[in-house]
Design a protein around this ligand. Structure first.
Ligand SMILES: *[C@@H]1O[C@H](CO)[C@@H](O)[C@H](O)[C@H]1NC(C)=O
Ligand SMILES: *[C@@H]1O[C@H](CO)[C@@H](O)[C@H](O)[C@H]1NC(C)=O
Ligand SMILES: *[C@@H]1O[C@H](CO)[C@@H](O)[C@H](O)[C@H]1NC(C)=O
Ligand SMILES: *[C@@H]1O[C@H](CO)[C@@H](O)[C@H](O)[C@H]1NC(C)=O
Ligand SMILES: *[C@@H]1O[C@H](CO)[C@@H](O)[C@H](O)[C@H]1NC(C)=O
Length: 632
């Protein structure tokens, strides 16, 4: 009986508290700006220890009053930390925001601390006392990319009113203005270490800088001592009084319920209370894990920023039914944005914080790559847990789904296949030589070539090789080799030597696959371990290359096809230096009369053959050797 009553109570309480948090919970965890200090850590174990000690000191203050300062350790590793939630956050949301913020700063290592401005709170750590700094050279201004003139006047008025009122109002003021010109919302907030005068000064500086954002529809001024934020979107959490009222209301309902359930329940209420707190904590830990602690975005143009919640919504909470596939780097989901645009979302598997810094750097590199033969990068949402990259959705499937399917391959006639071969070469040339930095793809293969509705190729996953789950390659347990066996150049497989020629090799394998409609490493019967490449090479030598051409192809001009096959062989030569560059390849493919050199042997033809120096007497023996590319 007692258990039943407890269960019933818990049910009521948890549904009320769930309703309550659904209505009011909005911890605002997007990272607006993260700026690590330029100082390098002296003793990182001391730094880390002191940082967490200082965090522990301020925890209580933040949980109870939304603000805290603390310090721990001895110079030069003495750490000072400040954290404050914006005035409109509820205590619960403040706690979530604080937890998110504190976990971001350690990723600044080896730099000593820095600042994190989340949408709902601020946290800063350094090895000197900065609590009274009002403005510093590191202060930043972030202006939104959408502009609208109609609200400029009212925004100016609103901000100027707020900064006048805030200093005598505990440093915080938020407000909105709604007229026929539209709506605008703003928040100004000084840290509680500022006295009235410093707060005033800080806000005036921030205001004069943020007003230069106009007519942008949103902006942030992020100073050492205060912030101002405005937007035409209502980003404000409900006012604190209202929260307190709601909290009071919830407890009132609980109290009535308690009376109804009488003395028995009252004697149990201590354990019930504990249970509520636990389940709340669990709930919010979940929020944090799935949550929106974006780890570094200021370096991207703001238009590349996607809110985690936007992507979550677009992919229906990463629903299995939206999953397009899974690769070495993570999972891919299809999504649909509010404006109807279809997107593909890649969720990278990234675990440690240093890797998340890698993602930031890498995404920064690829974010500007734009070519019609590359899948277009639309933006990202980086959280310390999840790294989401957003790409245009390419409607047709990947090339492998056509090429290796007995029925679908018929859709790819010779002209389309040639178009795919040339288009892929152009995309690669762009990555290798025409983009601001040279990007080696490292994993060119049929499943990474996407086709649009007109079967035009778009290369996907460029720049992501770093994030591939390290594949276990026999004999290379620790090597960070990204790529797919069968497509990997021998020098890369052997000693990780990475140049553009690694892509040229994989491209050559791809070309031969497109011509033959057969997978490189599924070639031949199981006991003969010859690959498409080695077999094409043998046919080339015996002048029977037309035998490798896909039988489902109708060909008018066999010369042209054989020429392309020879280009494929030139790309897959063992000696990287002999392989042509992508520019040369494009020339060979598009200028039908340019001379083609003779390919030399591809790798893995045979260990025996290397010694044989191709002499006829040895070739017979070589043919009987078993070749296992995995053993190289
Ligand atoms: C770093 O700090 C730790 C903890 O304070 C200390 O035990 C250690 O000796 C320090 N290391 C160096 C190289 O100073
Ligand atoms: C902070 O750390 C840097 C680099 O380790 C050091 O040069 C500097 O003296 C430290 N500052 C203080 C106040 O200890
Ligand atoms: C951090 O602050 C430094 C110093 O002002 C500035 O040069 C740098 O661009 C800032 N970094 C970011 C990510 O905004
Ligand atoms: C300074 O701020 C406090 C509250 O933060 C307020 O009570 C006081 O009136 C303010 N003083 C002036 C001169 O505005
Ligand atoms: C600017 O804002 C007004 C009021 O919200 C709106 O009617 C108008 O369409 C907006 N103009 C642009 C270019 O977005």
């Amino acid at each position: 009986m007692g258990h039943f009553l407890i269960f019933f109570m818990v049910l009521i309480i948890s549904s009320i508290s769930q309703l309550y948090s659904q209505i009011y919970s909005q911890p605002r965890l997007d990272v607006v700006e993260r700026n690590c200090s330029s100082l390098v850590v002296h003793n990182s174990s001391a730094y880390t220890m002191n940082y967490w000690k200082a965090i522990q000191q301020i925890q209580q203050g933040v949980l109870n009053g939304g603000f805290g300062t603390g310090s721990a350790g001895d110079p030069p590793s003495k750490m000072y930390v400040i954290a404050q939630c914006h005035g409109d956050l509820s205590m619960l949301d403040c706690r979530i925001c604080f937890e998110a913020g504190q976990s971001i700063l350690p990723s600044c290592l080896p730099h000593i601390g820095g600042r994190v401005y989340l949408d709902g709170c601020f946290i800063r750590a350094a090895n000197y006392s900065f609590f009274h700094e009002i403005i510093t050279p590191e202060d930043t201004l972030i202006c939104g990319s959408t502009k609208n003139n109609s609200r400029a006047g009212m925004t100016t008025r609103l901000i100027q009113n707020l900064i006048k009122e805030a200093p005598s109002n505990d440093g915080y003021r938020s407000g909105k203005d709604i007229t026929e010109d539209g709506e605008v919302f703003a928040l100004v907030n000084c840290w509680k270490t500022m006295d009235n005068k410093s707060c005033s000064f800080c806000l005036e500086k921030a205001a004069s800088s943020i007003l230069s954002c106009l007519p942008s529809t949103d902006g942030y001024a992020l100073n050492a001592g205060c912030i101002i934020q405005y937007s035409d979107d209502n980003f404000l959490s409900i006012d604190r009084q209202e929260i307190q009222y709601a909290e009071f209301y919830t407890w009132l309902v609980l109290f009535v319920a308690l009376i109804i359930f009488g003395a028995l329940v009252i004697t149990c209420c201590v354990c019930v209370g504990k249970f509520i707190i636990n389940s709340r904590n669990k709930r919010h830990r979940n929020v944090k894990i799935n949550g929106e602690t974006e780890s570094d975005l200021s370096i991207f143009k703001r238009s590349l920023r996607f809110k985690y919640s936007t992507i979550e919504k677009a992919t229906n909470d990463f629903n299995e039914s939206n999953k397009l596939g899974q690769g070495g780097f993570g999972e891919v989901f299809k999504g649909c944005l509010g404006d109807g645009r279809e997107i593909a979302v890649k969720r990278l598997f990234v675990s440690s914080t240093t890797q998340s810094q890698d993602v930031v750097n890498e995404v920064n590199i690829i974010s500007l790559a734009e070519h019609r033969n590359l899948v277009r990068f639309l933006g990202c949402s980086l959280t310390y847990k999840d790294s989401l990259l957003v790409y245009e959705f390419v409607p047709n499937m990947s090339l492998d789904r056509f090429l290796f399917d007995p029925e679908k391959k018929k859709e790819l006639d010779w002209q389309k296949r040639l178009g795919i071969i040339i288009g892929t070469a152009r995309g690669l040339k762009y990555l290798h030589t025409d983009y601001k930095v040279s990007i080696v793809h490292r994993d060119i293969k049929a499943s990474n070539i996407l086709l649009d509705l007109k079967y035009r190729p778009k290369i996907s996953d460029f720049g992501l090789a770093k994030f591939y789950a390290s594949e276990k390659i026999p004999g290379h347990e620790t090597a960070k080799i990204a790529g797919t066996l069968g497509y990997m150049a021998p020098e890369y497989l052997g000693n990780g030597q990475l140049t553009e020629k690694v892509d040229v090799y994989s491209y050559g394998v791809l070309v031969l696959e497109i011509l033959s409609g057969v997978r490189n490493n599924k070639f031949g019967s199981d006991d003969s371990l010859s690959t498409l490449v080695t077999s094409t090479w043998k046919h080339f030598q015996s002048n029977t290359m037309s035998e490798i051409i896909d039988r489902s192809l109708e060909i008018d001009n066999i010369e042209e096809v054989l020429r392309v096959a020879q280009v494929g062989l030139l790309c897959t030569q063992e000696a990287a230096l002999l392989r042509p560059t992508m520019a040369e390849i494009i020339q060979m493919l598009t200028q039908k009369n340019s001379p083609l050199s003779q390919p030399s042997k591809p790798p893995f033809v045979d260990e025996c053959m290397e010694l044989s120096n191709y002499s006829n007497s040895f070739r017979k023996q070589a043919d009987s050797c078993k070749i296992d590319p995995n053993q190289r």
